[in-house]
Design a protein around this ligand. Structure first.
Ligand SMILES: Nc1ncnc2c1ncn2[C@@H]1O[C@H](COP(=O)(O)OP(=O)(O)OP(=O)(O)O)[C@@H](O)[C@H]1O
Length: 314
C-alpha cells in the first residue's frame, strides 16, 4: 500500500478555546500507481490530512503509513519515499531555479554528478527548459508550480502528495500543470487535493471526498455517479408533439418529467427501471415516433454539493 490512513484524528488546540476536530477518525488507502483526488470544501481537513501524511504534523490519534513507514516513528523514511508540494508552494524567490533545485536535492542527500543529472531530468520532466536560468521571483505562477513539482520529485520518491497544485492558475497554466501531473502519474502514486470536481475528472478515476473532517465518499467516479441519488435521466425526443404528456407517467419508476421544447423531454426515473427500453415500448404502444434518446450523466458538481451540503465550520 502506498498510503494507508487508519482511524486518523487531528485536534487543534488553542488556549482558552475548545479544541477543533479538523480530522475525525478517517481511514483510506491509496494503492501503488493510483492518482487519487482528495476533494472537499474549504476547511474540510484536506491540508491537515496531507500535512500528517508528510510527517509535518503529528496525528492526535490513529496512524498514517507511507510505503509501509509510520509517520510518527519513521518520519525520515516517510520523507525519503514521499514528494510533497505544500499549499501555496513556498519557494525562495531570490534563488535561481537550478540553485533552488540544487538545495532541495542536497537536503535529500544527493551530491555531485547524480544531483546535476537529477536536476536536468526534473527540468525536462516538468517543462522548465526555457525558464531554467531565471530567478524564481521572475517566473509566472504556472512556472513556479513547475519548480514546486520538480522540488517534490528531485529525490525520485515513489509517492507524491500535492496540496491544491492548480489553485490560482489561469486556464492555460491549469491545463499545462494537469498534463505534468498526468505524466508524473504514469510512474508514481499521486494523492492531490482540490475543491474543484472537474479537476478530479480531468486527472483521475478515483476520488475521496472529505467534509467537516469526515470521509463522505471514496470510490471510482463512475460508481459515485451511479450511487449518488439512485436515479437516471434520459432525454427523449419525439417526431410529433405529444397530445397528452401524462402518458409519460406510465413509465416504470418515473420521478420527474421536464418539457424541454421541440418535442424533447427530460425524464428522471429510478436507476433500476430500465428507462430507455420502457420509453421504446411506450412509443410503440402509443404510436409515437421516437427520434432521439440520450442518457444523461449525473453532474459531478451536483454530487459534490449534495455530499458536502453541511460544510459550515464545525
Ligand atoms: N494550525 C491550525 N490551528 C487551528 N486550526 C486549524 C489549523 N490549521 C487548520 N485549522 C482548522 O482545521 C480545519 C481544517 O483545515 P484544513 O486546512 O485542513 O482544511 P482544507 O480542507 O485544507 O481547506 P482549504 O481547502 O481551505 O485549504 C479548518 O477549520 C481550519 O480552520
Amino acid at each position: 500500500m502506498s498510503i494507508l490512513v487508519q482511524n486518523l484524528t487531528k485536534l487543534y488546540t488553542r488556549p482558552g478555546a475548545p479544541a477543533q476536530r479538523a480530522v475525525d477518525a478517517i481511514s483510506f488507502a491509496v494503492q501503488p500507481g493510483e492518482i487519487v483526488g482528495f476533494l472537499g470544501p474549504n476547511g474540510a481537513g484536506k491540508s491537515t490530512t496531507m500535512k500528517i501524511a508528510t510527517a509535518y504534523l503529528p496525528p492526535t490519534e490513529g496512524t498514517v503509513q507511507v510505503n509501509g513507514f509510520d509517520v510518527r516513528t519513521q518520519s525520515v523514511d516517510v520523507r525519503r519515499n514521499l514528494g510533497y508540494l505544500p499549499e501555496h508552494n513556498p519557494l525562495y524567490l531570490d534563488m535561481y531555479v537550478k540553485e533552488f533545485l540544487h538545495v532541495a536535492g542536497s537536503l535529500h542527500g544527493l551530491r555531485g554528478a547524480v544531483l546535476r543529472q537529477r536536476i536536468t531530468e526534473m527540468i525536462d520532466l516538468v517543462g522548465l527548459q526555457l525558464e531554467q536560468r531565471k530567478k524564481i521571483g521572475q517566473l509566472s505562477k504556472g512556472y513556479r508550480q513547475r519548480v514546486g513539482l520538480a522540488q517534490a520529485l528531485i529525490h525520485n520518491p515513489p509517492v507524491l502528495i500535492l496540496d491544491e497544485p492548480t489553485t490560482g492558475l489561469d486556464p492555460n497554466q491549469l491545463t499545462e500543470i494537469r498534463q505534468v501531473i498526468r505524466t508524473i502519474g504514469r510512474e508514481k502514486t499521486v494523492l492531490f487535493s482540490t475543491h474543484i470536481m472537474q479537476e478530479v475528472e480531468a486527472l483521475c478515476d478515483r476520488v475521496i471526498i472529505i467534509n467537516r473532517g469526515r470521509i463522505v465518499a471514496d470510490g471510482q467516479l463512475s460508481a459515485l455517479r451511479e450511487t449518488s441519488d439512485g436515479s437516471v435521466a434520459v432525454v427523449a425526443e419525439f417526431e410529433q408533439e405529444l397530445a397528452d404528456v401524462s402518458v409519460l407517467n406510465e413509465l416504470p419508476g418515473i420521478r420527474h418529467i421536464e418539457a424541454m421544447g421541440e418535442n424533447r423531454y427530460r425524464l428522471t426515473a429510478d436507476r433500476d427501471s430500465d428507462l430507455r427500453a420502457a420509453i421504446f415500448r411506450l412509443a410503440a404502444d402509443k404510436n409515437l415516433t421516437l427520434v432521439g434518446l440520450k442518457q444523461q450523466e449525473s453532474s459531478l458538481e451536483g454530487i459534490f454539493r449534495e455530499l458536502t451540503k453541511t460544510n459550515s465550520e464545525p
